[in-house]
Design a protein. Structure first.
Length: 330
């Protein structure tokens, strides 16, 4: 078995094939191991084209053999091939089988002719023996001499006829021998062509199955691609919705930030005014405390001192309250 190099076979597609290249490629493809290969769709198409070239070559060879067979039959003058041969290798093999059958019929007919000639020769030999016996038994006289001469002429004619029939027999035997040899050679060639045609048919069947499998796989991939496109479109819609929602949230956050910023500014203004108010109250409180001290020194039990003391307490309470408010807003 010839070990097949698939890269080498595929390299034949890159150049113009000669007849020797096609023969070499045919030998490689005939003994290939199709189960051990992994080819893509382009390589399979290349192999299919190469197989077509080989089938065309083998078809031409079959037709050439049939043409040679026609020529040999025309030269021998023993048969006329009237059938036309198509380009298809299957039809060429059928025509070759018909030719072999026709040759066998011719051989059979020639054998029947030979048997008839052998029977005629035996009859002529018998007649010759009888004539010679009758010639020896007759007396030689004028009347008998004429009879003997006539018989001798008849014997001579018989001998000549036997000689011609012997030549015819030898020629027929030679023709039968040639036809049998041609028939044997043609059977061998047809057997080889049948084997090669069977291998080529198996190759085409394998390639066809692989192409169908690849087509099915391509269909499945197209279906998956369609589903992926649908999922992609769905995700695009969801992303657009999320982007819109995010934009709205960013807008709300921006508005909230501006609102908070405005409120902070407002509370800062309030705190500033409260701080000024606190400072004024504090100053007033200090002043009241001074007045309280002065009033205490002058008299401790006067109503004015009591009023000033109460006012100072209220002022302290207001100061504490303002500090709390200011601390809360700051």
């Amino acid at each position: 078995m010839v070990e097949t190099d698939w890269r080498e076979i595929l390299s034949f597609s890159q150049k113009e094939l000669t007849q020797s290249d096609k023969e070499k490629l045919c030998e490689s493809l005939c003994w290939m191991e199709a189960d051990d290969i992994e080819l893509n769709f382009t390589d399979l198409k290349t192999l299919f084209r190469l197989a077509q070239d080989i089938l065309k070559l083998k078809s031409e060879q079959v037709n050439n053999l049939v043409g040679q067979l026609k020529s040999s039959h025309k030269k021998s003058g023993k048969m006329k091939v009237e059938s036309t041969y198509a380009v298809s290798p299957t039809q060429s093999n059928d025509s070759a089988l018909e030719t072999i059958t026709h040759q066998e019929e011719i051989i059979k007919a020639n054998k029947e002719i030979l048997e008839q000639l052998y029977a005629d020769i035996a009859d002529l030999e018998s007649r010759k023996s009888k004539l010679e016996e009758s010639r020896s038994n007759f007396d030689i006289d004028s009347d008998s001499s004429r009879d003997v001469l006539s018989e001798m002429n008849a014997v001579a004619e018989l001998e000549q006829e036997v000689t011609m029939k012997n030549k015819h027999i030898r020629k027929l035997l030679n023709d039968v021998k040639i036809l049998e040899e041609e028939n044997t050679n043609l059977k061998e060639k047809v057997s080889v062509l049948k084997d090669k045609l069977t291998e080529a048919t198996q190759l085409i069947d394998n390639l066809t199955e692989q192409i169908m499998a690849i087509n099915n796989e391509c269909g499945q991939l197209k279906e998956l691609l369609g589903k992926s496109e649908q999922a992609k479109a769905h995700l695009s819609v969801e992303m657009e919705a999320l982007r819109k929602e995010l934009f709205e949230k960013d807008s709300k956050r921006e508005n909230l930030y501006e609102d908070i910023k405005s409120k902070v500014q407002h509370w800062k203004s309030i705190a500033k005014s409260k701080k000024a108010e606190l400072e004024a109250v504090t100053n007033e409180n200090l002043k009241l405390k001074e007045d309280l001290k002065d009033a205490t020194k002058s008299t401790t039990s006067s109503p004015k001192a009591s009023i000033v003391f109460k006012l100072a307490l209220e002022t302290d309470h207001d100061i504490i309250l303002l500090k709390k408010i200011l601390a809360y807003h700051c």
